[in-house]
Design a protein around this ligand. Structure first.
Ligand code: AMP
Ligand code: ZN
Length: 486
């Protein structure tokens, strides 16, 4: 078989290249999509009531690596993400104020203006971190008809009930509601009620709201007509409906941060499978949290950590991406500025090493294939990004041509997305410019000295020497200036 183009689709390397931890089975398993060669992937998007903190972005970075790795090993991926612009209450257990409404009051904006502003801010942060925008991005407020349809079917099938003006999902109708957790049921139920009063409309403490018409917050800004009265959807229903709207009845991978596993994803599974009458999603990918030294990061904590804050302190956002890739997504990660400084040193050293590679020469195809496979083996082991980085360092040390090294690094960066070649080449060009400038300034100074010594022949010779290099000089009242003329 002919070698694939670098990083291109290669049918032969596609199968069984990825073993992935599945929260549903609590095991690392070979990843096998339902339809050969195609992956249907869904990601819980941001709740756009504030900037994303760098903890949220850890989840999106690691999900981006997963998506890009799937593409790298040849899969045709369709990825969908929602934007939560309604229904996510301050407690994940359906109580408290709508986060969007709270944000709108804080900023004296309408909910829609708030959503627009923070959706843009989210994608701008993602762009700085080289996170690819999913193929489909859908705000919840676009899909009210779909929510109403799913809730209607759930009521018809007996999985939901109306109480006190709201529609609830009846978790007692399921044989096993706690599919995503090995924790004791009582503990989890307590988690749902944590710090908030119990909703007496619920038949079971784990039941959750599908549609609100009666909430404590009468000033809810966005409301829609429905068969159950004017109201708004619960948070969980949006992900099930948006996924099915764009990906149909089957999903291969569903992603999110670990806090989403319960109750959000547990509720998504409950309502989706009750609606469909069959299994919905095969693999659940959860990213462990980024914590700061005081504990979990939160948008409600005053000066929380954002990409802009890191930038204002002089950090390249891609240094934060490297910091995330240095750890496994299934381990909690603690953020400190010292740790980020170490990542910055590592990033700059890496770029300097890549910059020192010669660009010309031939790529050794056999070595390229061998190291490409080593990278696939590393990442294929449950998205072990730190092993992937080790393979990259191995390449830099290997006894192979510089051109092969550069080709491999460019190839790996399709997954790592650290902007490695671009950064190395940009710095190189600047270095050349600096060198050129230093040279021209030195020759101008030498010409001035020659003129002062009345050695006009030497001064003219310097002018000619520069002209031969495409550099024109001109004497002005402010001194001698120069420009490149070719
Ligand atoms: P939100 O905007 O609150 O809906 O959260 C967006 C995404 O960030 C979800 O997938 C959350 O599970 C995830 N997330 C929230 N906090 C953290 C954290 N500290 N570390 C990693 N991911 C998080
Ligand atoms: Zn979701």
């Amino acid at each position: 078989m002919d070698a694939p183009p670098y990083g291109g689709r290669n049918e032969d390397i596609m199968e069984n290249q990825l073993n992935l931890y599945n929260t549903l089975t609590k095991k690392v398993e070979p990843f096998v999509p339902r339809v050969e060669g195609k992956v249907q992937m869904y990601t819980c998007g941001p709740t756009v009531y504030h900037y994303a903190h760098i903890g949220n972005l850890r989840s999106y970075i690691m999900e981006d690596v997963l998506e890009k790795f799937l593409r790298y090993i040849g899969y045709d991926v369709k990825r969908v993400m929602n934007i939560t612009d309604v229904g996510h209450l301050t407690s994940d257990g359906d109580t408290g104020e709508d986060k969007m409404l709270k944000g709108a009051k804080r900023e004296h904006k309408t909910v829609l203006d708030l959503a627009r502003f923070y959706t843009e801010a989210f994608f701008s942060d993602c762009a700085k971190l080289n996170i690819k925008t999913p193929d489909v991005v859908e705000p919840a407020t676009n899909c009210i008809d779909e929510f109403i349809h799913m809730i209607t079917v759930l009521l018809e099938k007996g999985y939901a009930y109306v109480a006190g003006g709201n529609v609830y999902f009846d978790t007692s109708k399921l044989e096993n509601y706690y599919v995503l957790s090995s924790q004791n049921e009582e503990d989890l139920a307590v988690g749902v009620r944590e710090g908030v009063e119990e909703d007496t409309n619920k038949r079971n403490k784990t039941d959750f709201v599908l549609w609100f018409t009666k909430s404590k917050f009468e000033d809810q800004e966005l409301k829609w007509d429905s068969p159950w009265g004017i109201g708004y959807p619960g948070w969980h229903i949006e992900c099930s409906c948006i996924s099915m709207k764009h990906l149909g009845e089957y999903l291969d991978i569903h992603c999110g941060g670990i806090d989403n596993a319960f109750p959000h994803h547990t509720n998504e599974i409950a309502q989706s499978e009750s609606y469909l009458g069959h299994k919905w999603c095969n693999y659940w990918f959860h990213v462990l949290h980024l914590n700061d030294s005081t504990g979990k990061m939160s948008k409600s904590k005053g000066d929380f950590l954002t990409v802009s804050l890191l930038e204002s302190k002089g950090y390249n956002p891609l240094v934060y991406r490297l910091f995330c890739l240095q750890s496994h997504y299934r381990k909690p990660l603690v953020f400190t500025y010292d740790a980020l400084d170490n990542a910055a040193v590592a990033y700059n050293k890496l770029i300097a090493r890549i910059r020192s590679l010669k660009k010309d020469g031939d790529v050794d195809q056999a070595a390229f294939d061998q190291y490409r496979q080593a990278f696939i083996t590393a990442l294929g082991n449950d998205i072990n990004t730190s092993s992937g980085l080790t393979v990259l360092y191995d390449v830099l040390k290997a006894d192979i041509s510089d051109a092969t090294k550069r080709a491999l690094i460019a190839d790996y960066d399709k997954v790592l997305s650290l902007g490695l070649i671009e950064a190395a080449d940009t710095v190189e060009e600047t270095a050349v410019d600096d060198e050129l400038e230093a040279y021209v300034l030195e020759r101008i100074a030498a010409r001035k000295a020659a003129k002062k010594a009345k050695d006009f022949a030497a001064a003219d010779a310097i002018r000619d020497e520069l002209a031969a290099k495409g550099i024109a000089i001109k004497d002005t009242r402010e001194g001698t200036v120069w420009e490149l003329v070719k």
